[in-house]
Design a protein around this ligand. Structure first.
Ligand code: SAH
Ligand code: SF4
Length: 395
């Protein structure tokens, strides 16, 4: 099947934003947007660049939230900023800590919606799993998020805000007068866009937030420390390389269109061949920056030796590693996790063909923080797919 060259569309419900008389939030503005905002407030154009630099450091290097504390700005300028703007992060509603140290934050955003953010501590590093949407318009049949009815895109501020609130909780802003804290291992050293939502259906906001995270004058996470996971929104893949430049992961999960159509329904729009062609062209691909193929191991569905051999053939010519994800079950899930022996046999075939194929250890299962288990508390009551389709007009 030749995939039609249809424009990217998404069916996101328009939800009433909280009616706010409040001032605009500076968090999430790009440098260019921040400059415009400061000029509009009355900052002389020739000072604007310097003011942007100063503010940027306060917001994203020091993690300062109080204009009054920005001591290298004149007092009346600080007061003016406070009159015009706020510095707001999404509100943390609850924080759960798993037996293995994984932290899950339930975060409330404008409109009262909730998303989940997961921090996974590892030896000498730590990864934050960031959400890009409330829910997801796609309906991958093994994913809990895909059963959530409510969907809206997160703003750039709500995305970068997740990183900032995790740094708050980890106490990871540099101490003033104590050096910058650079050099040592970071608690939050890596970002994966693998939380709720399809990041490439919210491209601009994800891009702007990641640019802020990568900016060397602030949070300064290198582009290779950020991995964006997509279910395969083909037209946005090249753009991801050009405009974000981060690492790419693809939710592959099947080796035939027949099976992938069911597991990852976006495959009906952009099938395996079309997806692989886009990945072969991913401009930044090199051996040191391999594409990660995520492959969820579902008992009797996609986990046979034949699947492993087919996968090896499909990957030919793409610098790739395969991340095998034991299926994380959720209430009412229609699949079972493959046995450990099956997963190991599958991994062995990939390894013999020269592909690194680590088996991902599920983290934070006791707090439902593992991959694909995220679903906000407001939507906890499980709805059937048919119900969701009927209510949203999605299929
Ligand atoms: N929407 C994006 C990113 C979020 S999902 C995407 O689909 O790529 C992050 C990863 O978790 C994806 O590979 C997804 O397929 C996988 N996943 C979803 N549900 C899962 C589950 N129940 N068990 C294991 N992995 C799951
Ligand atoms: Fe959405 Fe990703 Fe879940 Fe599919 S796997 S429903 S694209 S969040």
């Amino acid at each position: 099947m030749k995939a039609p060259a249809a424009p990217v569309t998404q069916d996101v419900l328009t939800l009433p934003r909280k009616v706010e008389t409040s001032k605009p939030n500076l968090i999430g503005l790009t440098r260019a947007q921040l400059r415009d905002a400061l000029i509009e407030m009355g900052t002389p154009e020739k000072q604007a660049k310097m003011r942007v630099n100063q503010l940027w450091q306060w917001l994203y290097h020091w993690g300062e939230r109080d204009f009054a504390a920005m001591t290298n700005l004149a007092k009346d300028y600080r007061a003016k900023l406070a009159d015009h703007f706020t510095i707001d992060l999404p509100e943390v509603v609850s924080r759960q800590v798993s037996d293995d140290g994984t932290r899950k934050y339930l975060v409330r955003i404008a409109g009262g919606h909730e998303v989940e953010v997961v921090y996974i501590p590892e030896e000498g590093r730590g990864t934050l799993c960031v959400s890009s949407q409330v829910g997801c318009t796609l309906t991958c049949s093994f994913c809990h998020t895909g059963t959530q009815k409510l969907v809206r895109n997160l703003s750039a501020g709500e995305i970068i805000g997740q990183i900032m609130l995790a740094r708050d909780d980890l106490g990871e802003w540099p101490e003033k007068g104590q050096g910058t804290g650079e050099g040592g291992p970071r608690l939050l050293s890596n970002i994966v866009l693998m939380g709720m939502g399809e990041p490439l259906y919210n491209f601009e906001n994800v891009r702007d937030a990641m640019k802020i995270a990568m900016d060397g004058e602030g949070i300064a996470l290198g582009r290779r420390r950020i991995t964006l996971s997509t279910s395969g929104v083909v037209p946005e893949i090249a753009r991801t390389a050009q405009e974000i430049g981060c690492l790419l992961a693809v939710s592959f999960h099947a080796t035939t269109d027949e099976v992938r159509d069911v597991l990852v329904p976006i495959n009906k729009r952009w099938n395996i061949d079309t997806l692989l062609a886009a990945l072969r062209d991913y401009p930044k691909v090199s051996n040191s920056e391999r594409i990660t193929f995520e492959y969820v191991m579902l008992d009797g569905v996609n986990d046979s030796d034949e699947d492993a051999h087919r996968l090896v053939k499909l990957l030919d010519g793409i610098p790739a590693k395969v991340n095998l994800i034991p299926f994380n079950e959720w209430p009412g899930a229609p699949y079972k996790r493959s046995s450990n022996n099956r997963i190991r046999a599958f991994a062995t075939i990939l390894m013999q063909a020269g592909y690194a194929s680590p088996i991902r250890t599920p983290r934070g299962e006791d707090i439902m923080a593992a991959c694909g288990q995220l679903k906000s508390a407001t939507e906890r009551a499980r709805k059937s797919r048919a119900q969701i389709a009927a209510e949203t007009g999605l299929t």
